[in-house]
Design a protein around this ligand. Structure first.
Ligand code: NAP
Length: 286
C-alpha cells in the first residue's frame, strides 16, 4: 500500500461496536441471550464463518451454539428441527448458514424464521423493512457492516455517487437500499453491465461484492475514490483476498478496506449487535 491510500480497518470499527454492545448488555443482565448457528454439511466457507462469528461473540461476552445437520438431511427433517430451534425461548437469535443443500426449500425457511430472531435479515418481513427504509427490522449483517465502516470513519454518504458491483440478496441489493436511506445516489452493477470500468470509475464510493479475486484494479477506481471490498476469495495460491487488487489501487484511491481485516471483521460485530438488539426486543415484549 502506498502512503496516499488510508486503510479502513475493520478491527477499529468492531471495537466501537463492542462498546455499544457492552452498554446494551448492561440493560439485559439476567436475561438469557443465545445465538443459534444452523449449519447443514461441512462447507469450508461455512465452517470458517462459524468460527469467526463464535470467536467474535465470545470476545463480546456473548454465547453461540452450533446446530449441525448432515448434508443429506431431508427437507421435512430439517424443517422439523428448524421449527424447534425457532420456537426455543432460550434462543434469541438465529444465523442460518447458506446456501442450503438443494433438497431443502430455502424459501420455506425464509418464511418460517421468526423475524424477531432473524439476525441476518432473510425473512420477507425484514427484507421489506430494509426496502422501506424502516430500521426496526434486521438488515443482512454484511450490507449493514459496509454502512457502519463508512460511518465509523465519518465518510459522508449524502448526495454521493455510490457504485456497487454485485446484486445478490445478501449484499448488493440490501446495501443499495441502505445507501439510498443515507441519501446516496446508487448504481448497481452486475455481469450484464456495459462499460463496467467507466461506471465504477464514476463512483465516489465503490463497493466490490462480486466474489471475483482481485477483479477490480486501478482502472476501475476514480481518483481519490473510497473503495470498500466485501469480497472474500481464495486466489490460485490459496491466499485469502478481496475483489479489489489493493496493490494496484494504492495511491489512486483515498481510502480502502483491506481483505482480510476489513468488512469481514465488522460483519460479525454487527451480528453480535443484532443479537443483543433482538434480545432487547424479545424481552421488552414480555
Ligand atoms: P453472489 O451471490 O455470487 O453475487 C455476486 C454478484 O456479483 C452477482 O450479482 C454477479 O452478477 C456479480 N458479478 C460477478 N462477477 C461479475 C463481473 N465479472 N462483473 C460484474 N458483476 C459481477 O455473491 P455474494 O454472496 O453477494 O458475495 C459476494 C462476495 O462477498 C463473495 O466474495 C463473498 O465471499 C463475499 N461475502 C463477504 C461477506 C463478508 O462478511 N465480508 C459476507 C457475504 C459475502 P449477476 O447477478 O449478473 O450474476
Amino acid at each position: 500500500m502506498g502512503t496516499d491510500t488510508a486503510l479502513l480497518k475493520g478491527a477499529e470499527v468492531s471495537a466501537k461496536i463492542k462498546e455499544q454492545v457492552t452498554e446494551e448488555l448492561k440493560k439485559l443482565q439476567g436475561f438469557p441471550i443465545k445465538l443459534a448457528i444452523i449449519r447443514v454439511g461441512e462447507r469450508p466457507d461455512d465452517l470458517s464463518y462459524e468460527r469467526g462469528a463464535k470467536k467474535k461473540l465470545d470476545s463480546f461476552g456473548l454465547s453461540a451454539e452450533s446446530y449441525v445437520f448432515p448434508e443429506d438431511i431431508t427437507d421435512q427433517e430439517f424443517k422439523e428441527a428448524f421449527r424447534r430451534i425457532n420456537q426455543d425461548e432460550e434462543i434469541t437469535g438465529i444465523l442460518l448458514l447458506r446456501p442450503l443443500p438443494k433438497q431443502i426449500c430455502e424459501g420455506d425457511i425464509e418464511e418460517m424464521i421468526d423475524p424477531r430472531k432473524d439476525l441476518d435479515g432473510i425473512s420477507p418481513k425484514n427484507i421489506a423493512k430494509v426496502f422501506a427504509g424502516d430500521e426496526t427490522g434486521f438488515a443482512p449483517c454484511t450490507a449493514e457492516a459496509v454502512i457502519q465502516v463508512l460511518k465509523a470513519y465519518h465518510i459522508p454518504l449524502e448526495g454521493k455517487r455510490v457504485v456497487i458491483v454485485g446484486r445478490s440478496m445478501v449484499v448488493g441489493r440490501p446495501l443499495s437500499m441502505l445507501m439510498l436511506k443515507e441519501n446516496a445516489t446508487v448504481t448497481i452493477c452486475h455481469t450484464r453491465t456495459r462499460d463496467l470500468k467507466e461506471t465504477c470509475r464514476n463512483g465516489e464510493i465503490l463497493v466490490a461484492a462480486a466474489g471475483r479475486a482481485r477483479m477490480l484494479d486501478s482502472s476501475y477506481v476514480g481518483k481519490d475514490g473510497v473503495v470498500i471490498d466485501v469480497g472474500i476469495n481464495v486466489d490460485e495460491d490459496g491466499k485469502l483476498c478481496g475483489d479489489v487488487d489493493i496493490a494496484s489501487i494504492s495511491g489512486k484511491a483515498s481510502m480502502a478496506t483491506p481483505v482480510p481485516g476489513g468488512v469481514g471483521a465488522v460483519t460479525t460485530a454487527v451480528l453480535a449487535q443484532h443479537l443483543v438488539r433482538a434480545a432487547g426486543i424479545l424481552y421488552r415484549k414480555q
